[in-house]
Design a protein around this ligand. Structure first.
Ligand SMILES: Cc1cc2nc3c(=O)[nH]c(=O)nc-3n(C[C@H](O)[C@H](O)[C@H](O)COP(=O)(O)OP(=O)(O)OC[C@H]3O[C@@H](n4cnc5c(N)ncnc54)[C@H](O)[C@@H]3O)c2cc1C
Length: 470
């Protein structure tokens, strides 16, 4: 490529979204990716046996469908096809039953007995307001476009999940559903704003569905890359940027990096004060991730679990809260809360005939080296006796392996930094996407709106770069 106008470092969903926004505005863009394959946290590979396609990181993609930037792209033309399972989420209990989040708020509420009206009122409110809320939820802190809707949402979302669940619901099932969804936020459930994760993810189940891409997460990355190339953008793999000084001159450099790797390549260019701010940026709990090749579907005791791609394995609100508290406080949970996906039940392209792929992880202390294989498998076995007999092969990734595959995920923190109140609104600093170095921006999930495959961090950073460079 002739001298680029803009360079993006990293080809995660935010890097690719930033590159596309810049290319769509007529800029010549090149993306440098450290790894041999593109996609960062949105990649697939045969991690266990030939013929089995596993999602290395993200598996379930409500944020991608809800994302205003991805929605504006013709990704279907580049091969992306979403699959919507019959149910969005199943949550089994020891008595052999399961709570289920269905596509419709009303239908979900009906299955929650005495909590039916409360579920409809709480999630119905956010679902009804979603169009007014999406730019606020999926963007940096600004005066909201719809202050009343934002205030209504903020009042509930800025609480802890434990307090929200107990205030709204009386029954085991609804409380556990909310706890499981909040568990995605990588915060103890007694800490604010853990309720916000439950409310956003729960609402998205009803607004767009908890969907999976046909063929694996890589299909989303490949569609984004196809879209970028069609706009004239270029992607170079196996190209780890060691120092920003090594890059060709460009008017804007956007880093799909969290603060630690950013400091490694550009720290010497930052003023002392900004460098210290980035050094103080906090990373949180790690993740212990597993993938299995099975010779048959998981034998869930609760039949409803076979209707959802996502299953939350951990039982009651109290049990999930204990597991998250342990990981946060540096302890290993005996019975970890496991987030599990079984995509091949709904996408036959992922495994040979009759066989299955399963993806799961639990939270562990930051950079933990403890092997969680047995604990995770025991938890699944608890709700699906005979699960272990179906295992053909397994792949295991402890926090160090997760960080080795992606420098952004320090200590195995898949959120690219803690999203507690102290860090939520100044992520990673009040400068958000810009840095004190002219033309250098951050566009990763360490900026607002944070973790998830939505590309909106890239969108906002690219908009900022376009504004600054005229
Ligand atoms: C195990 C796991 C499960 C997840 N599950 C889900 C899920 O189901 N749904 C969901 O919405 N989200 C999920 N996430 C979160 C989601 O993957 C991330 O929030 C998202 O990928 C962040 O995107 P990003 O573009 O900011 O960064 P990343 O996706 O982290 O991409 C950053 C890229 O930069 C590259 N890079 C780093 N340093 C350099 C360098 N010096 N030079 C060049 N390139 C460099 C990396 O190799 C990487 O490709 C999961 C994450 C993990 C790890």
């Amino acid at each position: 490529m002739a001298r680029p106008d803009a360079i993006v470092i990293g080809s995660g969903p935010n890097g690719l979204a930033a590159a596309i926004v810049l290319a769509r505005a007529g800029r010549k863009v090149v993306v440098y990716e450290a790894e041999a394959s593109i996609g960062g946290g949105v990649r697939s590979a045969p991690l266990t046996l030939p013929g089995f396609t596993h999602d290395i990181c993200s598996a379930v993609h409500p944020f991608a469908v809800a994302s205003p930037v991805f929605r504006s792209l013709p990704l279907g033309q580049f091969g992306l096809e979403w699959i919507e399972p019959p149910s969005m989420l199943a949550h089994p209990f020891d008595d052999g039953t399961a709570a289920v989040v269905e596509r419709q708020v009303r239908q979900t509420g009906e299955e929650l007995g005495t909590d039916a009206a409360a579920y409809r009122a709480l999630f119905g409110m956010i679902v009804d307001d979603w169009d007014r809320l999406e730019w606020t939820i999926l963007g940096p802190l600004r005066w909201p476009r719809h202050p009343f809707a934002a205030a209504r949402f903020g009042f509930e979302a800025l609480q802890s999940c434990a307090s929200l669940a107990r205030r709204w619901f009386a029954g085991r099932d609804a409380r556990a559903l909310v706890a499981g969804m909040a568990g995605h936020g990588l915060l103890p459930l007694e800490q604010r704003p853990s309720a916000g994760f439950a409310l956003v993810l729960g609402a998205l189940a009803h607004v767009v569905g908890w969907v999976i891409p046909r063929g694996g997460a890589q299909a989303l990355t490949d569609a984004l890359a196809g879209c970028l190339r069609s706009l004239g953008g270029e992607i170079v793999v196996d190209a780890r940027v060691q120092r920003i000084d090594d890059l060709p001159a460009a008017r804007a450099i956007l880093c799909d990096l969290s603060p630690r790797p950013l400091l490694r390549i550009a720290g010497h260019r930052f003023p002392e004060r900004y460098r210290r701010q980035l050094e103080r940026y906090r990373y949180g709990m790690g993740v212990f991730k597993m993938d299995w090749a099975l010779d048959a579907p998981i034998p869930w005791r609760a039949a409803a679990c076979a209707r959802a791609a996502t299953v939350h394995v951990g039982g009651t609100l109290e049990a999930i809260a204990a597991s998250e508290r342990d990981a946060w406080n540096g302890r290993i949970a005996k019975r970890p809360f496991v987030i599990l996906a079984q995509p091949s039940l709904f996408d036959r392209s992922r495994a040979p005939d009759g066989k299955q792929t399963v993806w799961a992880y639990c939270h562990v202390p930051h950079a933990s080296t403890v092997d969680m294989t047995d604990r995770i498998e025991q938890q699944i076995e608890r709700y699906a006796p005979g699960f272990r007999d179906r295992i053909l092969a397994r792949s295991v990734m402890a926090p160090a392996a997760i960080e080795a595959r992606n420098a952004n995920l320090v200590g195995g923190d898949i959120g690219a930094g803690v999203s507690d109140l102290g860090q939520l609104f100044a992520r990673p600093t009040w400068r958000w996407y810009s840095t004190p170095v002219r033309g250098l921006y951050i566009c990763s999930a360490s900026t607002p709106p944070g973790v998830g495959v939505h590309g909106m961090c890239g969108y906002w950073a690219a908009r900022r770069a376009l504004r600054d460079t005229g």
